[in-house]
Structures are given as C-alpha cells and as structure tokens.
Design a protein around this ligand. Structure first.
Ligand code: SAM
Length: 382
C-alpha cells in the first residue's frame, strides 16, 4: 500500500487549552506538534486529518494551510489569492464562505479582507469559465480561512466546516452554558480520566457531565455529528473515513464509576436530562435537582468541577457569601475530592477560603476566568 502524503495542519482552540490540545494530538500520533496562540500546528496524513476532526475534544476547527505570502498593501491580498488554483478545491457550482482574521496595519477590518478574498476567488472562476460560484455563509461547500498577522497572510481551507464545539447532542440549554470545547478542555486540564467519580453540582445544561462521560468511556466526541467540511472536498475518501469511525468506535470502553450532575434549578435538571438522553449517556450520568449545600457526596471520592454563577450573566444577591458557602461545603463534606471551580470573579473566588493549588487562566466567551484547583484533604482549612 502506498504511504499517504504528510502535510501541515492547524487545530484551533480556546486560549489556555493549547497544552491539552497538543497532548491530544500526540496521543493521535501527530508529528511536528507546535503550540501557537490559540492553536496547535502539527503534521500528519489524511487519516490523521479525519481522526483529528472526529476525536479531538479540545479543538474548535482543523485547518489545512494551502498558501502564504506577504501583504504590504490590500492589492497583495487579492493577487496572492489569485495565485492559488481554486479549481483544485471547488467547482464553479459549489458555494464558498470566507473567515478572515486580521491583525496589523494593512487591514483594519477583517470583513474587508474577507471581501477581497472572495472577489479574487470568484474573479478567477469568472475569467476561466464566465460563471462564478456563489457565497453561502451558513453551509458552504468550501470554507476558506484567511489569517493576516502584520504583513504575513496565511490561507487555509477549513476541514471542519462547522465549529467542532457543535457535537450535536445539545437539544436544550440554560443561561450561560459552557462551550463544549471549554468544558472538555477543563476536564482534561484537571487530569480526570475516568478512574474515579465525577461531580458537577451546578450542572446547568450538563455540558461538563456529558463531556466527562465521553472522556471516561473514550467515546469519540463527534459520534453524534452528521458532517464535516472535508466531506465535500474533491479528495474525500469515504472508505478511509469509515475506517476511522469504526476504529474509534471500537475503542469505546466501559466506565466503572459514576458521574453526578446536580443543580438547584428544575429547568437545569430538565435541560441536562434532555441533553444526556440525546448523547445516549443516561446510564452513566445520575441527575438530581438539589442545591449544593444539601448535596451529599458519593461515598467514593473523585473530581468535582463546577461553573458557578459569576455575578455577570447570572446575578447573585451576595456574591461573597455565595462563594464562601461553596468553600464551607467543600471543606465540610467533600474531603478526599479534588475540586475545581471556574469563575471570572477572582475576588469572589478568594471567599472559598482555601488556597488553590493550581490557577489556570481560561476564557469563557469574552470573560477572562480563573480555573482553580482546591485539594480537599483532611484538615485543609486554609
Ligand atoms: C453558569 S451556570 C452552569 C452552566 C453549565 N456549566 C452549562 O454548561 O450549562 C450555573 C448554574 O449553577 C446553578 N446554581 C446556582 N446556585 C446553586 C446552588 N446553590 N446549588 C446548585 N446549583 C446552583 C444555577 O442554577 C445554574 O444552572
């Protein structure tokens, strides 16, 4: 069998998750792994491209770079895009969308860089065929990614299409849900790997428990998703894709512990139940409607991760007292557990009354947060 060509790829992620994404890529057998800002660059073949899309938990999208060139002036962008033979990637009857990110002096507006890129692609088709492909920003055949940093332009095609946080299990939501990629990244950062119980006592729509169950059972995180951008690429190899899916699904493992999801709000309990059912995880996740101060931890310890209200989108009457209450409860009842809390409210976190053994900066949407670990061993009062 001929060996498949190896090429460069970029997995995009959220700030702070680069190390866990690099770890996931290493486990998939990627080479040339290099952490960059909100992304990890790596090398691999088409099988790896398909596996990255199907299995990576902490990636937002997988890009395949196809060209790079300097841009000192707007015209350089148009000309550089025209150097690419776009008929290799799409036909005139296909649709396209451009995602552009620009930083620096040459383009002050990303939207304009996107517009010029689109013009260059459609002009190339028009000149060759006297017809032009149309734009479809929602479900295009080809999604093109432009990244201009200073005077350097990288052009990539987007293998994922839709963002990989869309796992297709979310059927219901509550206010302020976590992005699925952030939730999975937080669990990976905590080091929890399914050898012990897991609890989220403020589960909202259940994102953390669901991602935890996927991790515990080694379930490919896109098992419910219907499609990816590369399905529409001219070189899509359906047989290779099917073998990637079969191999990954064959590696699903049993889980010997339990995942506990609870929330004081009945709407949250409903949302979690609906999402857990849609993810097919009802045997692994136990859901309760109970406030944290009444919750009795399971006998066997494990890892607790919670995303309490920050007093931003979800308001609190007395933020200091609320966080102090969480700390008191952790100290009193959760001995032996590792507890992790994420909040944008660093002042409030000080009221937990325990010294965090780790602090990691993460972003929940635009909110800069601290993800903090508290070791709850006997006598850990301060
Ligand atoms: C930011 S939301 C969690 C969102 C969740 N991580 C998700 O992805 O959907 C915070 C949740 O904490 C719950 N909550 C607030 N105070 C609580 C308490 N004392 N006990 C249990 N749950 C509480 C709220 O009902 C809300 O659902």
């Amino acid at each position: 069998m001929a060996t498949e060509p190896v090429f460069n790829m970029i997995a995009k992620t959220l700030a702070g998750l680069e190390p866990v994404l690099a770890g996931e890529l290493k486990a998939l057998g990627a080479t040339g792994i290099r952490e960059i800002k909100r992304a990890v660059a790596f090398e691999g073949d088409r099988r790896l491209l398909y596996r990255a899309n199907y299995e990576l938990r902490s990636a937002l999208r997988i890009l395949v770079p196809i060209h790079e060139f300097p841009v000192y002036h707007e015209k350089n962008l148009y000309d550089g895009i025209r150097e690419i033979d776009w008929s290799k990637y799409m036909s005139v009857d296909d649709t396209l969308a451009i995602d552009a990110v620009t930083r620096g002096e040459v383009f002050r507006h990303s939207q304009y860089a996107g517009q010029l890129t689109k013009d260059a692609i459609v002009d190339q088709f028009r000149e060759r065929l006297r017809r032009r492909p149309s734009v479809n920003t929602v479900a295009p055949t080809l999604r093109v990614n432009i990244h201009i940093q200073g005077t350097h332009c990288d052009v990539a095609i987007d293998a994922s299409g839709d963002s990989l946080h869309r796992r297709n299990y979310r059927r219901d939501t509550v206010e302020a849900p976590l992005n699925e990629v952030l939730a999975a990244g937080m669990i990976l950062l905590s080091g929890w790997n399914g050898r012990g119980n897991f609890a989220d006592p403020m589960c909202g729509s259940g994102t953390l428990p669901i991602e935890a169950a996927f991790i515990a059972t080694n379930t490919p995180v896109q098992i419910k998703r219907a499609g990816f951008g590369f399905f529409k690429w001219p070189d899509f190899d359906r047989k290779l894709w099917q073998s990637v899916v079969e191999n990954a699904n064959d590696n699903i493992q049993p889980f010997d512990f339990q995942i506990f999801a609870s929330d004081k709000d009945p709407r949250a309990r409903n949302a979690t139940s609906i999402n857990v059912l849609s993810a097919g995880l009802e045997d692994l996740i136990k859901i309760d409607k109970i406030a944290f101060d009444k919750l009795v931890p399971p006998e066997l310890p494990g890892t607790l991760i919670a995303n309490p209200p920050y007093d931003e989108r979800l308001k609190l009457e007395d933020t200091a007292a609320f966080y102090k209450g969480i700390g008191d409860r952790l100290k009193k009842s959760w001995t032996g557990w590792d507890a992790w809390l994420i909040s944008s409210n660093r002042e409030a976190l000080k009221n937990i009354g325990l010294r965090p053994s780790r602090k990691i900066t993460l972003f929940n949407g635009a909110l800069e947060c601290s993800f903090q670990k508290f070791d709850l061993y006997e006598g850990s009062k301060k």
